[in-house]
Design a protein around this ligand. Sequence first.
Ligand SMILES: Cc1cc2nc3c(=O)[nH]c(=O)nc-3n(C[C@H](O)[C@H](O)[C@H](O)COP(=O)(O)OP(=O)(O)OC[C@H]3O[C@@H](n4cnc5c(N)ncnc54)[C@H](O)[C@@H]3O)c2cc1C
Length: 374
Amino acid sequence: MIKTIAVVGCGISGAVLSAFLKKNSNINVDIYEKDLFDSKKINGIQISPNGTRILKKINFDNFNNQNLCKINEILIRDFNNPSYLARMSVSGYDSNYITLNRANLVSFIINEFELDKQVINKEVISIENNKLNFKETSSKEYDLIVLSDGIFSNIKANFLNRRFAYSGYNAVRGFFHLDESNKNNINLYMGSDYHIVFYPIDQNNNYSFTYITKSEESLLGNNYYENKKINFLEKNKFIVKYLPKEIFLQKEVYMWPIYKTNNFSFGKDKVICIGDSSHGFLPTRAQGACQAIEDSFILYNLIKNNCANSNNFFKERIQRISKIQKKSENSLKIFHFKNIFLRYFRNIFIKIICKSSLFSNFFNSFIFNYKYKL
Ligand SMILES: Cc1cc2nc3c(=O)[nH]c(=O)nc-3n(C[C@H](O)[C@H](O)[C@H](O)COP(=O)(O)OP(=O)(O)OC[C@H]3O[C@@H](n4cnc5c(N)ncnc54)[C@H](O)[C@@H]3O)c2cc1C
């Protein structure tokens, strides 16, 4: 019987798991977080119905609707063509497709379940069996340890000898404000060797954009978290044509190298990895956080049924995670096609899928319709 759990990292995966445990169990949970939260950071995030369906179980209906957007369609455009190629419906599900600021989601979960009372501001540096060692040369034992410490998990790298790799892509991210609203849609622009996504993140016409492009260099030395501020307008004059000019007026635009995990690791015995610590994806299908939410919910169910160990978690997750990773990688290649014939056939295929909401719902059903029952 599990009586004590350590959750290492309080991003989306750690916060969601801790909320489920707090809401539905008497287990003693300590959450270790090395960086205290910075709610001013703006990072747009899309949460598809497979994620929002689970979030509802931890009171997401109480989230302030002014701070999110319910998405109806993804508007898809090829850069060669000034008009939309297709509009893909994402609204015909039993739960919403939403966009919001990631920091607002994490803060909401922490406040709703008073998780701040359990958060301990310590950096975990290693694990031995069921013992966590902290930077301040102290240590503590737990019945179960959950690593939700993100893609750069150093602990996992040492404990399980699994590491992340540079994906060969960089993301330029920022946010902007529009005077007029263009709500309820995600905009996807497919270029050659790059794509751009932008969408509203609240009801106040604030937008997030991400520009993903191929790059040989990861830009970074030893500090993987570091990002680089760039002059976006100067570097991207060639794509200004069809995008809102506000995107290019931003001063706060940063470039992030994108990392991924080539070999998933779900942990060892009573140490379990969830979220990016287990599987880092390319962000093309917007599933990193959604899969982190699924991981947390499934692990919570294993804990509730007293069968939480890395083997059982692996069995529950490996097929789905592998398939979503494959879909994310394929989508990136397809979005970035250079060859004119490939682009032509891709565009016809997209038009067919988007012709009816029945087709697009069917196309996305593997990801969005996921319902977990133990
Ligand atoms: C450009 C881009 C766009 C994206 N867009 C989307 C999207 O639209 N939809 C989507 O679903 N996903 C998206 N993602 C992915 C998503 O952001 C991540 O998958 C998700 O945030 C991972 O959450 P996590 O909790 O697993 O890890 P993290 O959010 O990285 O949290 C890890 C936490 O652990 C803490 N920590 C780390 N090491 C230690 C330690 N040793 N001791 C204590 N604490 C520690 C860190 O400080 C951090 O708070 C995107 C990613 C990128 C790069």
